[in-house]
Design a protein around this ligand. Sequence first.
Ligand SMILES: NC(=O)c1ccc[n+]([C@@H]2O[C@H](COP(=O)([O-])OP(=O)(O)OC[C@H]3O[C@@H](n4cnc5c(N)ncnc54)[C@H](O)[C@@H]3O)[C@@H](O)[C@H]2O)c1
Length: 257
Amino acid sequence: MVTGLFDLDGRVAVVIGAAAGGLGERAARALTAHGATVALADLPGAGVGLAETAAACGGTTTAYAVDVTSEVSVRELAEQVLARHGRVDAVVNAAGVMLRKEVAETTVEEFERIVRVNLTGTWVVGREFGPRMAEAGWGRVINLTTVYAERVGPVPESAYYASKAGVVNVTRSLAAELGRSGVTVNALAPAVFYPTAMTAPLAESPDRLSWFAERTMLGRLGDPDTDFGGPVVFLASPASSYVTGQVLYVDGGWSAW
Ligand SMILES: NC(=O)c1ccc[n+]([C@@H]2O[C@H](COP(=O)([O-])OP(=O)(O)OC[C@H]3O[C@@H](n4cnc5c(N)ncnc54)[C@H](O)[C@@H]3O)[C@@H](O)[C@H]2O)c1
């Protein structure tokens, strides 16, 4: 009964924000390694980055352009993947943007741009993919928040913190609405993993990176392939069937002190 719980053979997963170099790429690599066919999606123009991810995955992938700030674009992505593969079993939304700026210097337009991608985008992805999975009676929606969703960090990023706090309750809301249709909705909350485009400024100073590492209970930064890829596979697979509406902190114990 407990064998094959992490098996994704025959499943189709969509990873948004999948261009090479980010956590989306690592999610795609972990999912293909466990047998899933993965639809890679990122902003129009991210083609080279998606090709690099496809090459790194090794398994079966297809590539799509999407902008999560456009509900039409997200709907088209869902329809294209369904038309191409006939099913969608999981969606990982790793699209995200950040703004490092003090509140007094941040415009409303800048604040709303971050919220539009991180929060509204997450809601739209859930709205477009969730009901389609519900029709099939099985599905996994995996959102990306952060350890800074329920607290704030040392760097001024008010729009980012606010947007990621919102992702937590969008996750719970969708989980409540979709649960009886067999669709689970959860969020991963990473700490700092490694210098992706988003975290590169934090990693510029070795002192700052070691500060992050020391703040974890494990005393190290996360490995994006194993420490992040493992939880992605868990939440995408039958192994997490009774887990929904949750935030899984993937942070080496950071948030548990
Ligand atoms: N890297 C970390 O340590 C870390 C820590 C905590 C949370 N996160 C979260 O994980 C997610 C991925 O972060 P990352 O570090 O890989 O960042 P990243 O910048 O490397 O990747 C983000 C991806 O999202 C894409 N994207 C941006 N706007 C988009 C849009 N409108 N539509 C579609 N795609 C869009 C980008 O093109 C990029 O490929 C983000 O939500 C981030 O907040 C990352």
